[in-house]
Ligand binder design. Structure first.
Ligand SMILES: [Zn+2]
Length: 297
């Protein structure tokens, strides 16, 4: 398959990203800095004119400008699956994704289950799609699963298997007094529009003594493997994390890392416990941000 064929399939979708993305975050979503971002790439892996910037103070990578929440809603309902299908040159839809998620869930269960201090009775899968991952873990743990997801079609599949479903975005979800023993944010964090707000919300939804699993696409690892930042940048990911920036995000929002893993596809997974919220080492982050910018420039 040639690059030209891929480009032609993507062009045939007629999606004009450059004309849509106009939202400029006023401050860095991790450290809050204004006017500290440096531009390091201007194309994404699909060829769209996506400007990728890195915060000089903390190293957080993000698209600027980016799509608004409403534009992302349209993107996910109309463009996303056809786009990744065109990029990979094979059909990717709700059905094929379920097969991939079963493999992912089996690997996650083998890693995660021995690390849990006690068997969780309740599981919340944030951005849990059709509920494949939640149902695999719930069956292995004999726990009750809840799936929170913005897609009604995907939630309908989860609901049909008897799981509790909650429609909507985690950013808007008010759990009240409710909490869960195990909270999952699987292959989702890079798609969020508010990292800090979401992690703070996850902290409130986690029971005392509970655990959270979060995985990131580690851009340091992708950069090492591909040698080109443009291969790591894609319009479906507003934010780009590394091990240092993810650890800083967890510290700021009151989580302690209790275990982690790196999978072959560049996903770095973290098992988190509730801890005190604190300030990360900003000087060390600034130094690793400078290293990252030097590596991509
Ligand atoms: Zn920053």
């Amino acid at each position: 398959m040639t690059r030209t064929m891929t480009n032609e399939r993507i062009a045939a979708l007629g999606y004009d990203y450059g004309a849509q993305a106009a939202l400029r975050p006023a401050e860095c979503n991790l450290c809050g800095a204004r006017e500290h971002a440096v531009e390091v790439a201007e194309r994404d892996r699909y060829g769209y004119p996506a400007t990728f910037v890195v915060c000089r103070r903390c190293g957080l990578g993000y698209l600027c400008p980016q799509l608004s929440a409403t534009q992302y809603e349209h993107f996910y309902s109309e463009i996303y699956r056809p786009l990744v299908s065109a990029y990979h040159g094979r059909r990717i839809d709700a059905e094929t994704v379920q097969v991939e998620q079963r493999d992912y869930a089996a690997g996650l269960a083998n890693f995660l289950l021995p690390l849990l201090p006690s068997p969780p009775r309740t599981i919340l899968d944030v951005g849990g799609s059709t509920g494949v991952v939640a149902s695999v873990l719930a069956a292995r743990l004999n726990a009750r699963a809840t799936v929170l997801d913005p897609s009604p079609e995907e939630l309908a599949v989860a609901g049909a298997t008897g799981m509790e479903t909650i429609p909507g975005l985690v950013e808007d979800f008010d759990p009240g007094e409710r909490s869960w023993d195990l909270v999952l944010l699987c292959q989702t964090i890079d798609h969020l529009l508010d990292l800090r707000g979401t992690l703070a919300a996850l902290r409130r939804m986690t029971a005392v003594g509970g655990r959270v699993f979060v995985d990131i696409v580690d851009v340091d690892v992708l950069l090492d493997r591909t040698g080109h930042i443009e291969r790591a940048v894609k319009i479906d990911h507003p934010y780009y994390l590394t091990r240092p920036t993810a650890a800083a995000l967890f510290t700021l929002t009151g989580f302690t890392i209790v275990a982690e893993r790196l999978t072959d596809d560049g996903h770095r997974g973290f098992v988190l416990a509730r801890g005190p919220a604190g300030e990360p080492n900003w000087l060390a982050l600034e130094a690793s941000a400078a290293q990252f910018v030097a590596a991509v420039s």
